[in-house]
Design a protein around this ligand. Structure first.
Ligand code: 6GU
Length: 224
């Protein structure tokens, strides 16, 4: 999978890709991530990329031309399955979306900044808009890194234990059950007996019950 990220803050977004799971995926050749600094496509000596909004109001808006130049250069080199715009005024990212995106070949992620991008960028180029939650970040860069983490870890071969992504919270719209490791007793707090029983059908049953109970308590909306 190839991901091209168009951003005004390449330095802000790069470090998650240089560490941990995403670095391993890239080193193994399972994911390829390229960063494009929007400023390099800006106007004039100052490489202008934004301007005041028509109609007045605080905050700058990213102009269409630099973004169009960057997207069209990429499109001249390969075909993209999705052009995703990261923005708080969109549907919230969920596991189903991450699963779908993990099957794509080439995607572009455009990250906004300031007041966002000119609406015509969204109308002409963007095929999917994603928010990562109901709060506002200064820019879409951290949100893009979150999206990439959620997607890249699902690419077959990225995680060491193939089954572990399938047992994540949300993979079946349930939260994860509690987990324990050694010691089996800590300051009088005991690990549930069933987990030490070696009875695997019983353990699975307990885990399902706990997952359901936790979901009902914390995120009843997931059960609707
Ligand atoms: Cl994708 N961008 C920004 N700027 N803020 C957000 C977001 C995205 N998702 C939640 N908050």
């Amino acid at each position: 999978m190839r991901i091209d990220i168009i951003t005004v803050e390449p330095d802000l977004i790069k470090s998650p890709f240089e560490n941990s799971m995403m670095k391993r995926a890239i080193d193994k050749g399972l994911a390829e991530v390229h960063f494009h600094n929007l400023r390099e496509y800006g106007f004039g000596n100052y490489r202008q990329i934004d301007d005041y909004q028509f109609g007045g109001g605080a905050g700058m808006v990213l102009m269409i031309e630099p973004i169009a130049k960057c997207i069209e250069k990429l499109q001249s080199e390969r075909t993209y399955d999705e052009i995703i715009y990261m923005t708080p005024d969109a549907k919230t990212l969920n596991q189903a979306t991450a699963n779908t995106l993990s099957l794509k070949e080439n995607i572009i992620i455009l990250t906004g900044h300031y007041k966002g991008v000119d609406q015509r960028v969204r109308d002409k180029y963007v095929t999917k808009e994603i928010s990562i939650g109901d709060y506002v970040l200064t820019g879409g860069e951290l949100a893009a890194a979150v999206l990439c983490d959620a997607v890249i870890r699902l690419i077959p071969g990225v995680l060491g234990d193939e089954t572990s992504a399938l047992t994540d919270s949300f993979q079946d719209n349930l939260l994860s059950p509690p987990v324990y490791t050694r010691p089996s007793e800590y300051e009088g707090m005991k690990v549930p007996e069933v987990l030490l029983s070696g009875n695997f059908p019983k353990i699975e049953e307990w885990r399902s019950e706990q997952a359901y109970k936790r979901t009902k308590e914390i995120r009843p909306d997931l059960l609707d």
